[in-house]
Design a protein around this ligand. Structure first.
Ligand SMILES: Cc1ncc(COP(=O)(O)O)c(C=O)c1O
Length: 421
């Protein structure tokens, strides 16, 4: 529960709205411990003779409505394996949204194809299907749709568009464990769904990734790529294909099996909290929660995101607002920059990648106005706060209101003391 004394914002010396921190992340207990010890004692320490990682991936795939799940090293390699299985390579273009982690684009570079950066929907922050359609060329081979902060991209529009143009659809679900779209898990709608289990994610073993799909042949091709080019039914050293070693360890599988058992209850708790917080923030001028599409049954909130309009806060720059919110005890994240603003694209610094296919895109001239604006005007909060009691989660809205009430003082004070803007 909240303890509050006085009304001055913490950034001006008042007591923070939050006297206690929100729940820590990651969460684990004796289940992780016992599965790890079981794995140790069983001696099957790699996927070749262990069971944990493969079983976890199959269970996770079933939870997300898919037939197959591959347990891989991380959520960058899952994208790479998906692209390779879809035969994406030199000369091919892959359409990628502006707001995402670099892996959604660097995996395209890793298979020697060209990422084509497109703009996003201003409300959900996910790839804009109209922008995808406008970017299709004869070289387009695939679309990577990122479910940003767990909000599903418009899967109805994207599946229809990709099927009409003969394109592969890869769902980057690194933020979206537990997001369901019209009754089915995200990642099961496209050709592949790619999940990360890195430390900050909604289910984690520190590192890890799961690739889900429904098609048998695509599954076999992705697995071959991830298992050194081996092929099921062939001799161990036959290696008919190019591949690398992208296998998850059994230790990760043991931890993730326990994380999955705990996940549905956590997902429900986060959803209840996110809906309540959205309703509270909706009442405050100048902030607007990321849109929850009504076709989503649940959103796996990797972060809680809202739009911020400085005009309703005496012109307070975003970074100042974030600092003021952080001072109140709200666990802050930060938006990614739009991909076109990253140095690698600005400088075309691709190293040996794309040398042969010489990208025809001058990324320095690419503008993504919606994504660039979103990167500069959205607030990202860490998902761990959504596991608190709803009353505690509503402290976020109380903190925003308090900052708004004192916005002019904060702006003047920080400017006078040379604080960061
Ligand atoms: C949208 C997105 N895609 C891919 C990844 C890559 O996942 P990993 O860190 O497991 O390689 C991340 C990780 O943060 C991500 O946020």
């Amino acid at each position: 529960m909240t303890t509050r004394t006085g009304n001055a914002p913490a950034v001006l010396g008042g007591e923070p709205i939050r006297a206690e921190d929100y729940p820590a992340w990651p969460i684990w207990d004796d289940r992780e411990r016992s599965y790890l010890v079981d794995t140790l004692d069983a001696g099957g320490w790699w996927q070749g003779d262990g069971l944990r990682a493969a079983t976890f991936a199959a269970d996770f795939a079933a939870y997300h409505s898919a037939r197959h799940g591959l347990a891989l090293t991380n959520g960058t390699h899952t994208l790479e394996a998906a692209l390779a299985a879809c035969d994406v390579g030199e000369g091919d273009q892959v359409i990628v949204p502006g707001i995402t982690f670099i892996a959604s684009a660097s995996a395209v570079l890793a298979v020697n194809a060209t990422p084509v950066l497109v703009d996003i929907d201003p409300d959900t922050l996910c790839i804009d299907p109209a922008a995808v359609e406008a970017a299709i060329t004869p070289a387009t081979k695939a679309v990577i749709a990122v479910h940003v902060a767990g909000a599903a991209a418009d899967l109805d529009a994207l599946t229809a568009l990709c099927s009409a143009h003969g394109l592969r659809l890869i769902e980057d679900c690194a933020h979206a464990h537990g997001t369901f779209w019209r009754g089915r898990g995200v990642g099961s709608w496209g050709d592949f769904g790619s999940f990360s289990m890195q430390r900050s994610k909604l289910m984690t073993a520190g590192e890890g990734g799961v690739l889900i799909c429904n098609d048998d042949e695509l599954r076999d091709r992705a697995w071959s790529y991830a298992d050194c080019g081996r092929q099921a039914g062939e001799w161990f050293y036959h290696h008919p294909n190019y591949g690398s070693n992208l296998r998850m360890t059994e230790w990760q599988g043991a931890v993730l099996a326990a994380q999955l058992e705990r996940f549905p209850e956590q997902n429900e708790r986060r959803n209840t909290a996110a809906v309540a917080l959205g309703a509270a923030l909706d009442q405050i001028e100048g902030v607007r929660p990321q849109r929850r599409d009504e076709r989503m049954d649940s959103q796996g909130n990797y972060c809680y995101v809202f739009h911020y309009d400085a005009a309703a806060f005496a012109g307070m720059p975003l970074r100042q607002f974030e600092a003021a919110l952080g001072a109140e005890g709200i666990p802050m994240g930060v938006s990614y920059p739009s991909l076109n603003e990253l140095a690698i694209f600005r400088n075309a610094n691709f190293g040996p990648r794309l040398r042969a296919s010489a990208p025809t895109i001058d990324y320095a001239t690419v503008r993504l106005p919606v994504a660039e604006h979103a990167a500069a005007s959205t607030v990202w909060l860490q998902h761990r706060l959504l596991l608190a009691d709803v009353e505690d989660v509503l402290d976020v809205a109380r903190a925003v209101e308090r900052i708004q009430e004192h916005a002019s003082e904060i702006v003047i004070n920080v400017n006078n003391t040379g604080g960061t803007t």
